[in-house]
Design a protein around this ligand. Structure first.
Ligand SMILES: Nc1ncnc2c1ncn2[C@@H]1O[C@H](COP(=O)(O)OP(=O)(O)OP(=O)(O)O)[C@@H](O)[C@H]1O
Ligand SMILES: [Mg+2]
Length: 345
């Protein structure tokens, strides 16, 4: 595990995003992000997991500055970027923070050859140099992402999904970013090529020290790739911690539901179907309590505070009124208490 003692590469503080809904003259708004705090260390990979509609893409799009946050701060290397370039991201920012999307086909215009996408990025960011240097740089980019330079002449439809996603990653790399935001980069790909993309992303972190936010529905891939996992529920982060610790000791009912859905031969006995049903009922019922399962519904009146879970070294915390800190040396609270007690305390 890496040490992350320096200032984080990227930090968001109190990020809020409201989308207006209900027509031109309506004041109705959907709160997609309810004040998110998250930091990513240099060379660190943080996975963001959560159900569909929980706000994961909105967070990434706000950080990439494809959406304007309603409130909050985005700090890159300690600089508040929303203050620096208020209305749109500067070219400098785009060179530091790049996004890779879920659908590699949708992000590559079919009428251009691969060479076009990469040389355009290099040229826009002043990294093309002389024609010879450009050629060398293009070849290097292709090799870095595991493609061959002759594929520069191909059109997107001539490549497989996995190869297209590698091109999208090469395009992001062309600007030599500090941070890559990867929004479900493997979910549209064949299962057999997913691992190759994850290994490519990890290699880029290891070799170039790029920090990453990896958005996924898939906890197994989060465990495989990420140093830390942050769990998003209804626009808020409800739990975060080092990947292995969070998955071994999930403290929030919603995290437990996610974890219980991952097949794990090493896990014995826990999460039988009845328990899963109880967890699902606890977190999925549409009531005013965002984290339901608490009959007193305290979440609707008071935000739960953060509790540290276990050893502080694991940087594991949870926000839930139901969390019971473990009795002295008794291990982790939710792992030791019966589930009924947890969801109906
Ligand atoms: N452009 C938009 N206009 C209005 N509402 C939006 C817009 N984009 C997102 N939302 C709403 O914000 C909420 C969060 O959406 P978001 O796409 O961030 O979720 P997600 O976690 O990425 O989901 P998924 O896993 O399905 O990709 C949803 O309620 C969604 O309907
Ligand atoms: Mg999304």
């Amino acid at each position: 595990m890496k040490e992350h003692s320096e200032a984080p590469a990227l930090e968001v503080r109190g990020l809020v995003k409201d989308f207006h809904s209900g027509g031109l003259f309506s004041r109705a708004a959907v709160r997609a992000l309810g004040g998110v705090d998250l930091s990513i260390g240099r060379g660190e990979i943080v996975a963001l997991v959560g159900e569909s509609g929980s706000g994961k893409s909105t967070l990434a799009r706000c950080i990439a500055r494809l959406e304007r946050p309603t409130a909050g701060q985005i700090l890159l290397d300690g600089t508040d970027v929303l203050k620096r370039d208020r209305f749109q991201a500067s070219r400098q920012y785009r060179a530091q923070v790049q996004m890779v999307f879920q659908d590699p086909f949708g992000s590559l215009n079919p009428v251009h050859r691969i060479e076009h996408f990469l040389s355009r990025s290099l040229t826009l960011h002043g990294k093309a140099g002389t024609p010879d240097q450009l050629r060398t740089r293009l070849d290097e980019l292709m090799t870095t992402v595991g493609l061959t330079p002759d594929m520069l002449n191909s059109y997107p439809h001539e490549l497989s999904g996995g190869q297209r996603q590698r091109v999208a990653i090469a395009r992001a790399l062309a600007v030599e970013p500090e941070v890559i935001l990867a929004d479900e980069p493997t979910s549209m790909l064949d299962v057999s090529v997913r691992i190759g993309i994850l290994n490519l992303l990890r290699g880029l972190r290891d070799q170039k020290g790029i920090s990453m936010l990896y958005i996924t529905h898939d906890l197994a891939s989060a465990r495989y790739l990420a140093d830390r996992i942050a769990v998003m529920f209804a626009g808020e982060l409800v739990e975060e911690g080092e990947s292995l610790d969070l998955l071994a000791n999930p403290a929030h009912p919603y995290t437990r539901l996610l974890v219980s859905a991952v097949p794990d031969p090493a896990r014995t006995g826990s999460y039988d179907p009845t328990e899963r049903a109880a967890l699902r009922a606890a977190v999925m019922e549409p009531t005013s309590c965002a984290y339901d399962g608490d009959p007193q519904q305290r979440c609707s009146t008071a935000e739960p505070v953060r509790h540290q879970v276990g050893d502080p070294a694991h940087r594991h915390w949870v926000r839930c009124h139901l969390y019971r800190p473990p009795a002295a040396a008794a291990g982790h609270a939710l792992a030791t208490e019966p589930l009924e007690k947890v969801v109906s305390a």
